[in-house]
Design a protein around this ligand. Structure first.
Ligand code: G6P
Length: 456
C-alpha cells in the first residue's frame, strides 16, 4: 500500500443532520475528496455537535474519524482560544484579542486529543496534513507520538507581523507546536516571512535560507501556497440557463439600476462590511437627489454567533443599513439590500453573475476566495473587482482596483471609477483576473502542497 494521506482539521468534511451524514460544502472538502479517495486516506475532525460520540465510519470512500468535544471544550477551545484569542490576534488585532489561561488550557487539551486520534489513524510512512489555526500544537504533539510520519501544516489565515504576534503569552509554545512540521504552508509570501521572523526570535529557530529553518536538529520548510477555487465548476454554474435567468431576475428586482454592487462575506469583523457600507453611503451622497443609478447588495452569512464581538458587529451593521436606507431610500426603493443568511450555492452564483462591481474589502484576510469566485463567474468577460490590499488575494490579483479599506473616501472613489470605466478597460482587467484563477485551481493547489510533502 502506498503513502496514505490523513487530513486533520477542526471540522470533519461531513456533518450530522439528525438522520444522516451529509457532505459540508466548501472548497477544501471538494479539492481533497478525490485526493483522499485515491490515497485511501482518512479525515480527523470534529463533527460540529458538542457532546456527541461517533465511532469512525466511512463516507464517500473516505474514512472519517470524529473527535468528540464537550460543551465546555467548545466554549474554551473553539469560542474562547480559537475565536476570542487567535482569530483576532492573527488578523492584526482588529478587535482586541483576549488572553485567558482558562481558555489556553482547553486549547492544549483539545489539540492533544486531535494528535492522539491522528496517531491512532496513521501508519509509518503516511502523510498527516494538519489544517489551520485551531490545531497549531498538533504537529509537535504528533511527532512525539509518531516520529516516522511526514507532517504538513497549512495555515488558512494570515500569520501576523512579529510585533503583533509578540503579545501572545503562549507564543513560544505555538511556534514550537508548528515547528514539529516538515513543511508549513501559508497563503502568502508575507505570512511565510512573518513566521520565519517569529520562529527565529521567539523559538530559537535558525535560518538555512529564506524558506528553510532548522529547529531541534530538524529542517522545516516554509511554503507560500495561495489557495484557489474549483474554477471550472464556478464557470459551469455561471453558464447554466437557470442561473443566467435568476441573475436577470435579480437585476430586475433591484430596480434595473445602472450598477449593481455586491458584497458577499461571512459576518466577521475582519471583512470590513461596516466601512464598505459607509463608502457606499458616500457614493449616494455624491449623487443627485432622486437618482437611482446604484444598488448595493450585502450578503452576510451568520457565523460564530455566540462570540460577543460578532453579536456587536451584527447590531452595528443592521443599524448602518437602516440609517442608509432611511436617508436615501424612498417608498418601494432601498439602495442597500442586506441578506443575513446562508444563500443556496446557485443563488450565490446568480448574484456574482448579476453584479457589475464586486466589493471585497476585508481589513485583513488570509486569501479571500470570493474575489476568485467572482472572477470565475464573469463568463461574459466584464465586471469590476474592487479588492483590499490587505487580502491575501491582492498578491495575485493585481489588475483589480486595489484599495485601502480603511480609506472610506478612497473606496467611494473606487466605486465611481468602476462605474465610469470604459468597456475596454473593464474587459482587459477582467481577462487578467481570469488568467489568475484559470492558471491555478484548487486541485493544482492540493497537488502542489502534497507533492512538496511527498518529497520530504
Ligand atoms: C475561516 C477559517 C476556517 C474556518 C472558517 C469558518 O475560513 O480559516 O478554519 O473553518 O473560517 O469558521 P468556523 O469557525 O465556522 O469553522
Amino acid at each position: 500500500m502506498g503513502q496514505r494521506i490523513i487530513v486533520v482539521a477542526n471540522r470533519l468534511p461531513v456533518s450530522w443532520n439528525g438522520e444522516q451524514w451529509v457532505a459540508s460544502p466548501g472548497g477544501l472538502v471538494r479539492a481533497l475528496t478525490p485526493v483522499l479517495q485515491e490515497a485511501e486516506g482518512a479525515w480527523v475532525g470534529w463533527p460540529g455537535i458538542p457532546d456527541s460520540h461517533h465511532e469512525p465510519f466511512e463516507h464517500d470512500g473516505i474514512e472519517q474519524r470524529p473527535v468528540p468535544l464537550s460543551t465546555e471544550e467548545v466554549d474554551g477551545f473553539y469560542y474562547g482560544f480559537c475565536n476570542g484569542t487567535l482569530w483576532p490576534l492573527y488578523h492584526d488585532a482588529i478587535v482586541p484579542p483576549e488572553f485567558h489561561r482558562h481558555t489556553w488550557r482547553p486549547y492544549v487539551a483539545v489539540n492533544r486529543r486531535y494528535a492522539e486520534e491522528t496517531a491512532a489513524a496513521v501508519r509509518p510512512g503516511d502523510i498527516a496534513w494538519v489544517q489551520d489555526y485551531q490545531l497549531q500544537l498538533v504537529p509537535s504533539m504528533l511527532r512525539a507520538m509518531r516520529s516516522e510520519v511526514t507532517i504538513g501544516f497549512y495555515l488558512h489565515i494570515p500569520f501576523p507581523p512579529v510585533e503583533v504576534f509578540a503579545r501572545l503569552p503562549w507564543r513560544r509554545q505555538i511556534l514550537e507546536g508548528l515547528l514539529g512540521s516538515d513543511v508549513i504552508a501559508f497563503q502568502t509570501r508575507q505570512s511565510a516571512d512573518n513566521f520565519a521572523r517569529a520562529a527565529r526570535r521567539f523559538a530559537g529557530a535558525v535560518s538555512l535560507g529564506r524558506r528553510d529553518l532548522q529547529w531541534a536538529g530538524r529542517a522545516v520548510h516554509l511554503q507560500p501556497a495561495p489557495i484557489a477555487i474549483d474554477t471550472a465548476e464556478f464557470e459551469r454554474m455561471a453558464r447554466l440557463p437557470q442561473v443566467q435567468r435568476r441573475a436577470a431576475e435579480v437585476r430586475h428586482e433591484l430596480g434595473d439600476v445602472d450598477h449593481i454592487i455586491l458584497g458577499m462575506d461571512r459576518l466577521d469583523y475582519t471583512k470590513g462590511i461596516d466601512l464598505r457600507l459607509k463608502a457606499f453611503a458616500g457614493l449616494l451622497e455624491r449623487a443627485a437627489e432622486g437618482e437611482r443609478r446604484f444598488a448595493f447588495v450585502q450578503a452576510a452569512v451568520p457565523s460564530r454567533e455566540q462570540v460577543p464581538a460578532y453579536q456587536q458587529l451584527r447590531a452595528e451593521i443592521e443599524q448602518l443599513v437602516g440609517r442608509i436606507n432611511g436617508a436615501y431610500g424612498a417608498p418601494g426603493w432601498s439602495p442597500v439590500s442586506y441578506l443575513y443568511r446562508t444563500l443556496p450555492f446557485e443563488e450565490i452564483i446568480a448574484y456574482y453573475v448579476a453584479a457589475d462591481v464586486m466589493l471585497v474589502t476585508p481589513l485583513r484576510d488570509g486569501m479571500n476566495l470570493v474575489a476568485k469566485e467572482y472572477a470565475a463567474c464573469r463568463v461574459d468577460g466584464d465586471g469590476v473587482l474592487i479588492l483590499s490590499e490587505f487580502a491575501g488575494a491582492a498578491e495575485q490579483m493585481r489588475s483589480a482596483i486595489i484599495v485601502n479599506p480603511y480609506d472610506v473616501d478612497g473606496v467611494t472613489d473606487s466605486m465611481q471609477q468602476a462605474a465610469s470605466m470604459s468597456d475596454r478597460e473593464v474587459k482587459t482587467r477582467m481577462r487578467k483576473l481570469q488568467r489568475v484563477v484559470r492558471e491555478s485551481d484548487v486541485f493544482e493547489w492540493a497537488q502542489r502542497c502534497l507533492s512538496t510533502l511527498e518529497t520530504r
